[in-house]
Design a protein. Structure first.
Length: 255
């Protein structure tokens, strides 16, 4: 039996009562790993660099294994940029390469830059017009029910490449699920952890990391999923939030 384990933590009360988002996490695991995963999630919420959570919600739910789909890890490229300005320009260029209209790429970037604080989830933005498509306000759409098929194997592959940290590991799993979503053209992301300045642009073409997408110390991060016009948003959100996905590491990535 496999289980989805999800955590969301906030400060100043629950998210739905106006609390500030501190941390979230989503994993898939067997029964024997649940207690350790839940304990690690509590520790993470209580020791987060965004602040100490006073609301922590952990949900454990069995998932139907027949329903799980597998998607491949995206190939990873690190783009050496000297500073935040160059990082954002390179990220916009990569979004355009992935098929986002230039004005929409700029508007998606502007939407992240306009946030007063981090959302819990992602914004859906039209890849043609740049208009926001979801109506979830500051909650956003939270991608859930995903993990690596073999988390220890993924860690080993990444550490051989000097990429072994939790941010990269979790972002690669999320980006693989999102890139495989029906109607998603590309994703733009940077972390809301004040000490973590890196971000990425991902699409089916790959995961392009930029070491600087926000200034050191900023607690504002976020995600934009650029969506093909005319996509079925209800089906897309259902996939993002509920479809269990396990991410496989292709042979060539593990060499
Ligand atoms: N679903 C949708 N949006 C999410 C999710 C999720 N499961 N998790 C986080 N977000 C959104 C939310 O708005 C957060 O404020 C924002 O993304 C940043 O989340 O290659 O650590 O977990 O070096 O802080 C990217 C670079 C790290 C990694 C991203 O994001 C690398 C990161 P964080
Ligand atoms: Mg988080
Ligand atoms: Mg995260
Ligand atoms: Mg964070």
């Amino acid at each position: 039996m496999l289980y989805s384990v999800r955590m969301r933590a906030a400060q100043g009360g629950a998210h739905e009562a106006g609390g500030r988002h501190i941390s979230g996490a989503e994993r898939i695991a067997g029964a024997g790993d649940l207690a350790a995963l839940a304990a690690a999630m509590v520790t993470r919420a209580l020791s987060h660099s965004r602040g100490r959570a006073d609301f922590i919600n952990i949900t454990v739910e069995a998932i139907n294994e027949e329903n799980v789909c597998r998607v491949p890890l995206l190939p990873v490229t690190t783009v050496a940029v000297p500073d935040v300005h160059a990082g954002r320009e390179a990220a916009v260029a990569q979004l355009i390469k992935a098929g986002v209209a230039p004005a929409a790429a700029r508007q998606g970037l502007a939407a992240l830059l306009g946030l007063a604080d981090s959302m819990r989830g992602a914004m859906l933005v039209c890849a043609e017009s740049g208009r926001r498509l979801d109506n979830t306000a500051m909650r956003g759409v939270r991608v859930s029910r995903m993990d690596a098929v073999d988390p220890a194997g993924l860690t080993a592959v990444l550490s051989r490449r000097g990429l072994d940290n939790a941010h990269v590991r979790e972002a690669l799993v999320l980006a693989a699920k999102v890139a495989a979503a029906p109607g998603v053209v590309a994703e733009l992301c940077w972390s809301d952890d004040p000490e973590y300045t890196a971000g990425y642009v991902a699409s089916k073409d790959g995961y392009y990391r930029f070491p600087y997408l926000k200034p050191y110390g900023s607690p504002v991060g976020g995600r934009v999923f650029f969506v093909t016009p005319g996509s079925d948003l209800t089906a897309l959100i259902e996939y993002l939030e509920r479809q269990p996905v396990l991410v496989t590491v292709p042979e060539e990535a593990s060499e």
